[in-house]
Structure formats: structure tokens, C-alpha cells
Write a protein that binds this ligand. Structure first.
Ligand code: ZN
Length: 665
């Protein structure tokens, strides 16, 4: 009763008050506003001091039916410690993103000196597990299962009946409070019967399907993934006896492993060209781990003494149609120098649970994208013409990208952290990770600029020898800042490199950086002839591309599941299609009243160029059918690089096999 009276009495006052401040909440008399609860203590920061005793790690990958990787660890604990905090790796070098798959763990059980003790996950850091210790505790036991994805919707498939890609970062935990280089592991692995394996780790012993590896640091262990499988071949690609390099192929079936002499030669050329470029190497031996599979997912992940690579099953068998994926090995191999040996200072972290800063990825990835493609051409894995077509396609895409109007290139380096690499709705407007491909064009610009400045006496090759060719043989990372890059560039060719990168990377730069083409003796043009290898690649991916004409591309088959790919995959922001209301959830149904085929649409574009009549395209959006006229009369347009006669042909010069002698290392 008093409460009701009180409310009636207060009502008029509050009514007036809330007319003026309608968004303020109602607060009862005497009620306090909520206050934040103090955070629990932060997880202890890593310190550069040795962890006492080696951690025993036993991994069992024999459950290929359920695709489960079983883990057991024995972790010695520091004398007198009250708790052990175990970390599951979150920031995996090369992923550029805090995406360690902690949600894929099951069956986590901890013991202290053999007695089960319940772990507690940290309330703030989901990658940290607290294990209380009793006085005198000596060893913590840890068991868990890593439940690797079974369906593609759960993530990249890592295991099949015939092969497995074992990332040690997914099958271990380690004590908080130490640098990853200060913790030792003694790993063992149980393989399915009859499987072979390859890794940059050193094998201590093997009995049947049990392998014991030599003691190593956590740092090197996480950096040394292992491939295993039934169908395996190992190929020597060493450019010199002092520089051992091997290609380890794992396939879905034995016949996919067959390599022609020509294929072998271009893969060998790749390591020779890299030696000539860098005049150094930074590994004991380098292991390319390459899976050829339509079952296990593709991958390209750099490591210091190996790389985790994955392509389609027909990489070798369908060589003629596989031009697009041939820069993968060149890219990942380049990372042994650029990214692993030399790394942006703020990207290097003390362990795998400290945030990385990605702001120099336009050097780390952009220059690697450049050298990956240049080395691929120098090795003869792609022709100069194929490489020029690729570069033209990249520039043409950027020319349509309106994201350039608002997002400086450097901000795109934050994207892996922002989105953990999930797809975006408007690629051309958000330009999620342009630091790779635009970075590549900027380094082509820099290379041809050095050649121009020095009368073609010096090039970016000279920068590489200076910047990466130090401490030959060492695989201890040397950090760098942008100032270090600029200093070494200035030593090769004095120029305003600071202003060069400021303008292209840090400022808004709506123009596409195509100086590399003009300085290289070419210009970007559009013709009506498609590039055959690109068309084949699009067809393999189930895509049809009308980006440079109508402003959209098509992929997937949609609900009706038949015919050609007809679902809009990408619409360029600001394009004619965009302005007409075409969005990436529509299906293209018909062209001028006839059921859609890619050929039919191409013919209609050619006809409209002559008769200047709008093309009538019918789209389906959910259950609505919309007919949109396209007054587009410029015909089919395919980007290409055209030689500018009378100018130095630097582009073909830099794509040709290096004339330098093989350095002795
Ligand atoms: Zn890369």
C-alpha cells in the first residue's frame, strides 16, 4: 500500500522529468547503479628464463575414423608453486590472427602426481587453465582430445583415411610465464599402421608406428608441423649439398604422386633461384610438406625450416590446368627468409598467447607475395606472359575497388585480427586483406624504381641480399622496423623511400599503384580476349567473371542446383550492377528472356556493343523475380599488360631466370 501511494505521488514529477530526458532509466529511491567487478589477476606475463625439466608430450593420431588426435603430457612443476597455469596456443605465427582452435578440445583431464585434480578455466582468458597444486607437487599430467573438423563447416579438414596434417600447436598446452624458446619438449607420436611421415623435427628413434623426436624447444616444435600418410614420396630439391631442401608429397592415392622430369626440374629451379636471390639460407634443412588432396583442405602456412602446403589432388596430374596455384611453394619458401628469419619487431612475441601486431604485414606478406610470384616465373613454373596476365588482373580488380577511397592500405593489415578471416559481404568496399596483392604491386613499383634510379645496375635483389643475407645458416629471428627497411633501401638506391611508403601504404591512395608496370615497360589495357589459364581456373572453382564489364561475378549453383554457376558471388561497390540493386544473394535467371548461360551473357554483351540496346537481365531474390536493364555498351573487357615500345623492358628482365652465379654457402 505505501508503495502504491508513493508511486502515485511521484508520478506527475517523473512524467514531466522523463518528457525532457526520455532515454534516462527509472531508478528506485535508494537504488545504487551497478559497478564493475574487479578483474581476476592477469595471466602471468612470459619471462626469459628456462623452465626446469622437459615436458613429455605423447600424441596419438591413430583414430582416423573419428579424426581425433589424443594428447598426453607430463609437465614437471616448479618447487613450491601453488598452481600451474597451462596455456593452449592462441596466436599461431603465420595465422596473423588469435584463432587457435581451443573450442575443439574435449576430454580435458588433469592430475597432480597421479591423482585427478579438477582444472578451472580462467574467467577472462579462455585459453588459460588453472590447476591447483598441493605442497610438494612434482608433476602435472594432462590428457585431452583434439577433435579435428569432420565437416568443412567446422573448419579446414586436417585428417583423412590416407593422410594427416599435424600442427603441434593444436595438440599441446604449456606453462604460462615463460618465453616459448625457454620451454623444452620431448615429443612422441603414434601413427596409423603403415603410414610414413615428414617433418623438420629430428627423429631420435622409431619402432614400428611409434616415433620419438629429439628434445626441442616449444618454439621450434610449434614451428615444425608433421605430415603423415599412406601415399608418400620424398624428392631432393637441394640446390647444393650445403643447402639441403626436400619436397615431401602426400597424396589421396599413389598415382597422384607421379612427377614428370619437367615438373621435377621447375621445382628444383625454384630452390636455385631462391639461393641466388637471398645468397643465404636460414635452416638446417628445409622440408616442403605438400599434400595433394581433394579430401584434406588446402593450406599455405610458413615455418622457418618447413612449410605446410596443400593443393588439389591434380597438382601434378593436371599440371596444364593448374597455373593459378603454382606460386604457393615460392611464396611459402620465401617466408623462410621474409617472415620467419626476419620479422617485424612488434609481430614477434615471447610466447603463443601474447597479442601480435600486424601493421607491417604489407612487408611480411606483400613482399613475399611479390617474390613468390617472381621466383615462380624465374623457376619456369609460370611463363612471363602468365605472370603479366596475373599482375594485370590484380590491378584491374583494384581499379574497381571503392574501398580504396576510405581505407588506407595499412589498415587492411588489421583485418586478420578484426575478422579472424571470415568472409565479408562487400569485398571491393571493405578490401579485407589487400596488403597481400597491393603490397605485391608496391614492391614491384619499388623494384622497378631501384632499377630506374641506378640505370639498371641495382634491383630489389640487391636489397634482399643485404636485408636477408645476414647470419647465414642461423634460424634465430632477427627483428626489424620500417626504418630498418628504409635504411637498407637507401643503401641500395638513395631515394625518398619514407615518402614513397607513406603515400602508398599509410595515406589514402585511391589510384591503383601501377608504376611498376610503366617503369617495367608495360601499361594496363583491356582487350576482348580472355586469358585461357584464368578461365580454366575460374571454371575449376565454379566461377564466371563479368567484373570488368557488368561489375559482378557468379559462383555456386544455388537452390535449383543445376546448369552453370549462376548465384552472384561478388558485386563491385559503386558499379553499374550495384547501382541497379544487384546484391550477392541473387541468382541470375535469364538474359534477354532466355535462360542464363555464361556463353549467352557473353554473346549479349557483344551484341549490345553493336546495337546499343540495354541487356535485360532477370534476377531472382528469394521469391521475387526482378528484371534489370543494363545500358552497358563497352563489350567484353579482359585486363592485360601491353608492351610500351621504346621503354626499358624491366618487367620481363626481372621475371627471367637470375643471371647471378649460385652463391657458395
Ligand atoms: Zn604468406
Amino acid at each position: 500500500m505505501p508503495e502504491i501511494l508513493g508511486r502515485i505521488l511521484r508520478m506527475p514529477r517523473f512524467t514531466f522529468a522523463f518528457t525532457a530526458f526520455a532515454t534516462l532509466p527509472w531508478i528506485a529511491l535508494g537504488q545504487k547503479q551497478p559497478q564493475p567487478t574487479p578483474m581476476p589477476p592477469a595471466i602471468v606475463a612470459p619471462a626469459d628464463k628456462p623452465y626446469s625439466g622437459a615436458i613429455q608430450l605423447a600424441v596419438d593420431i591413430t583414430d582416423i575414423t573419428d579424426r581425433v588426435e589424443k594428447v598426453h603430457e607430463e609437465i614437471p612443476v616448479e618447487t613450491g608453486a601453488k598452481e600451474l597455469v597451462l596455456l593452449y596456443p592462441q596466436w599461431i605465427p603465420g595465422a596473423h590472427s588469435p584463432e587457435g582452435p581451443v573450442s575443439a578440445l574435449g576430454g580435458i583431464v588433469t592430475t597432480v602426481d597421479g591423482t585427478r585434480v579438477q582444472w578451472v578455466r580462467d574467467l577472462v582468458n579462455m585459453y588459460a587453465f588453472h590447476i591447483p597444486l598441493s605442497p610438494g607437487a612434482k608433476t602435472v599430467g594432462l590428457d585431452f582430445n583434439y577433435l579435428s573438423p569432420i565437416k568443412r563447416s567446422a573448419g579446414r579438414i586436417e585428417m583423412s583415411d590416407a593422410m594427416a596434417d599435424l600442427a603441434w600447436s593444436e595438440v599441446l598446452m604449456y606453462p604460462a610465464g615463460y618465453f616459448s624458446r625457454d620451454i623444452s619438449f620431448e615429443p612422441t607420436l603414434k601413427l596409423p599402421t603403415g603410414w610414413k611421415y615428414a617433418t623438420a623435427l629430428t627423429t631420435a628413434s622409431q619402432t614400428d608406428n611409434m616415433v620419438r623426436f629429439e628434445r626441442t624447444t616449444l618454439n621450434t616444435l610449434v614451428d615444425s608441423p608433421l605430415y603423415a600418410g599412406l601415399y608418400y614420396s620424398r624428392i631432393d630439391l637441394s640446390p647444393a649439398p650445403s643447402d639441403p631442401v626436400f619436397l615431401n608429397l602426400f597424396a589421396d592415392k599413389a598415382e597422384d604422386l607421379k612427377m614428370t622430369p619437367e615438373q621435377l626440374q621447375v621445382h628444383k629451379n625454384l630452390t636455385v633461384e631462391a639461393d641466388k636471390l637471398f645468397a643465404s639460407h636460414h635452416y638446417n634443412r628445409y622440408e616442403f610438406l605438400l599434400l595433394l588432396s581433394d579430401k584434406v583442405g588446402g593450406i599455405g602456412l610458413e615455418h622457418h625450416q618447413s612449410s605446410e602446403d596443400g593443393v588439389g589432388a591434380d597438382y601434378l596430374a593436371g599440371w596444364e590446368d593448374g597455373v593459378a596455384e603454382r606460386d604457393l611453394l615460392g611464396h611459402e619458401y620465401t617466408h623462410s627468409w621474409n617472415g620467419k628469419f626476419r620479422r617485424p619487431a612488434d609481430l614477434w612475441t615471447a610466447n603463443f598467447n601474447v597479442p601480435m601486431r600486424d601493421d607491417l604485414l604489407w612487408v611480411y606478406e606483400g613482399m613475399t607475395q611479390y617474390w613468390g610470384n617472381v621466383l615462380t616465373a624465374r623457376a619456369g613454373m609460370r611463363t612471363a606472359e602468365q605472370t603479366r596476365d596475373y599482375l594485370a588482373g590484380v590491378a584491374a580488380d583494384f581499379a574497381l575497388s571503392r574501398g580504396r577511397d576510405w581505407r588506407p592500405l595499412v589498415d587492411t593489415t588489421n583485418q586478420p585480427i578484426l575478422s579472424e578471416r571470415r568472409p565479408v559481404s562487400w569485398v571491393s568496399y571493405q578490401r579485407p586483406e589487400d596488403y597481400y596483392l597491393e603490397g605485391m604491386l608496391i614492391w614491384l613499383d619499388a623494384d622497378t624504381k631501384i632499377r630506374e634510379l641506378t640505370g639498371d645496375k641495382k634491383s630489389l635483389d640487391d636489397f634482399c641480399r643485404k636485408f636477408f643475407g645476414i647470419y647465414n645458416g642461423s634460424f634465430i629471428t632477427v627483428q626489424y622496423t620500417l626504418d630498418d627497411v628504409i635504411r637498407d633501401l637507401n643503401d641500395i638506391a638513395p631515394f625518398d623511400w619514407k615518402g614513397f611508403f607513406q603515400q602508398r601504404v599509410y595515406d589514402l591512395h585511391p589510384e591503383v599503384p601501377t608504376n611498376g608496370f610503366t617503369q617495367g615497360g608495360y601499361r594496363l589495357v583491356y582487350t576482348d580476349k580472355p586469358v585461357e589459364w584464368m578461365e580454366k581456373e575460374l571454371a575449376k572453382q565454379g566461377m564466371v567473371d563479368f567484373s570488368t564489364s557488368l561489375g559482378f561475378s557468379l559462383g555456386e549453383y544455388g537452390g535449383r542446383g543445376e546448369g552453370e554457376p549462376h548465384v552472384i558471388a561478388n558485386v563491385y561497390w559503386g558499379s553499374a550492377a550495384f547501382k541497379a540493386g544487384v546484391t550477392p544473394d541473387m541468382e541470375l535467371v535469364s538474359v534477354n528472356g532466355t535462360a542464363f548461360t555464361a556463353k549467352g551473357l557473353r554473346d549479349a554483351i557483344i551484341a549490345a556493343e553493336k546495337d546499343k540496346k540495354p541487356i535485360q537481365l532477370q534476377f531472382r531474390k528469394d521469391d521475387l523475380y526482378l528484371t534489370i536493364p543494363f545500358a552497358y555498351y563497352d563489350g567484353l573487357r579482359y585486363p592485360s599488360l601491353e608492351r610500351v615500345n621504346g621503354t626499358p623492358d624491366r618487367l620481363d628482365e626481372l621475371l627471367a631466370p637470375s643471371k647471378s652465379p649460385l652463391p657458395s654457402m
